[in-house]
Design a protein around this ligand. Structure first.
Ligand SMILES: Nc1ncnc2c1ncn2[C@@H]1O[C@H](COP(=O)(O)OP(=O)(O)O)[C@@H](O)[C@H]1O
Ligand SMILES: O=C(OP(=O)(O)O)[C@H](O)COP(=O)(O)O
Length: 404
């Protein structure tokens, strides 16, 4: 097990890794469950008199959601109930001066860790620990807290480097998500187990579908992942109309062999959409049967109504349902039918259910569903699905290693 905030000595300057990676609309981060959950860790550290230095990432370089964390500091402060400062620097002089000036009970958010060159390359923890980023920041703090369970599957510097250099602890979100997801991975179900797979990060899911396959009877597919499966099944869909967007093509290149072998192996255990929705010229939602598509000339933004109706009875007959990723662009009400239909079907049954993903779990409150209707709502997506396979997460592993 790892040490927690209960083991942290008094009066520390703590470097805390959060996961505030959020949906971005018009260049602004959108409030979501991640702020609310991490606020608990931050508030506890501030109110017990520590000096709190926060690190987090947002988006991926080159994407529209790769933005500064300035707006995140304001949203976090609202949830914490105390001011949270912001400095537009990751570990340069400005950041170090701001850290050194912190008073007990104050908190400061550093700039997007992915703006620092040392952060992103996936490397061994030892190599990250030697980086200038980790060595420099470590010299200005006493301890490291990792609260970012939902990013713990990534071997990035801010997640795996610091625990080798500083006394390291798990934050409250790390602790609760780890306990919940480990317990879920160990659960056995008598009846049908269904996994609803969608979202944009198809690679994260497809990577582990073989390993999860033992536990899951039926996969119901949607989102980008679902369209890639349709392509492997011979439909003329599942590629980028605008190659700049790169939602499909590189994920297809990386995963098509795995997808083809999954379809071969599992046959009917993988349910694909039979119809898809798109935006018609008049701006309304329109639907097309997959069998009638000769050539992809629309972006498909949701599974169709017939598909939702075919997934609902599978969910009603299940003992356990896991959701990873939205089945459509639910943020736009016209394309929320798939995601909301599936969530409502789960909410109406008393099956064991987990909804995962920072983005996907937002659909619950957006469409008037209650968190209480699900057994567990995780703010982790890729990390939770990996945990279900029983595999460890690198960010958790380094926290668990005892150091002198
Ligand atoms: N067909 C689609 N085209 C574009 N985006 C989609 C599509 N289907 C789902 N999405 C998007 O997927 C996002 C969630 O996916 P992802 O980031 O992989 O999951 P999470 O963060 O919940 O783990 C949602 O914000 C939704 O808008
Ligand atoms: O949002 C995240 O993961 P998720 O979408 O799987 O929940 C994490 O912040 C990891 O982000 P990344 O997938 O860009 O490495």
């Amino acid at each position: 097990m790892f040490k927690t905030l209960d083991d942290l000595p008094d009066d520390q300057c703590v470097l805390v890794r959060l996961d505030l990676n959020s949906p971005v609309e018009d260049g602004k981060p959108q409030d979501n469950r991640r702020f609310q959950r991490h606020a608990r860790t931050v508030r506890e550290l501030m109110e017990t008199g520590h000096r709190v230095v926060l690190m987090a990432h947002q988006g991926r370089p080159g994407r529209d959601d790769f933005i500064s964390l300035e707006g995140h500091a304001d949203i976090l402060a609202e949830h914490v109930g105390h001011d949270v400062g912001f400095v537009a620097d990751t570990y340069g002089e400005e950041a170090l001066a701001a850290i050194d000036a912190l008073e007990p009970g104050e908190a400061l958010l550093l700039e997007n860790t992915r703006m620092c060159d040392d952060e992103l390359p996936e490397k061994e923890p030892e190599a990250h620990a030697d980086s200038e980023f980790v060595q420099t920041l470590s010299g200005h703090v006493d301890a490291y807290v990792n609260d970012a369970y939902s990013a713990a599957h990534r071997a990035h510097a801010s997640l795996v480097g610091f625990p080798l250099v500083l006394p390291a602890y798990a934050g409250r979100v790390m602790e609760t998500e780890y306990e919940a997801n480990t317990a879920i991975a160990e659960k056995e179900f008598d009846g049908q187990v269904t996994m609803v797979v969608g979202g944009t990060k198809a690679t994260d899911v497809i990577d582990v579908m073989h390993a999860i396959g033992d536990k899951v009877d039926t996969f119901c597919m949607g989102g980008i992942a679902g369209e890639l499966f349709l392509r492997a099944d011979g439909a003329p869909v599942g590629f980028d109309l605008d190659p700049e967007a790169d939602l499909y093509d590189s994920q297809w290149d990386a995963n098509h062999e795995t997808i083809e072998s999954l379809i071969d192996e599992r046959g009917d255990g993988i349910r694909l959409a039979t119809d898809l929705a798109y935006e018609a010229d008049d701006g309304d939602r329109a639907e097309v049967r997959v069998a009638d598509v000769d050539e992809k000339d629309e972006s498909y933004l949701d599974i169709g109504t017939e598909t939702v109706e075919s997934y609902e009875p599978i969910i009603r007959e299940s003992d356990a349902v896991f959701v990873k990723g939205a089945l459509g662009v639910f943020e736009d009400e016209r394309f929320s039918t798939g995601t909301v239909g599936v969530l409502e079907a789960i909410a109406e049954t008393d099956c064991f259910s987990v909804v995962g993903g920072g983005d996907t779990s937002r659909a619950i409150e957006m469409y008037g569903l209650s968190e209480d209707d699900f057994s567990h709502v995780s703010i982790a997506g890729g990390a939770y699905i990996r945990a279900l396979t029983g595999d460890s997460l690198i960010g958790v592993e380094v926290l668990q290693q005892e150091r002198d």
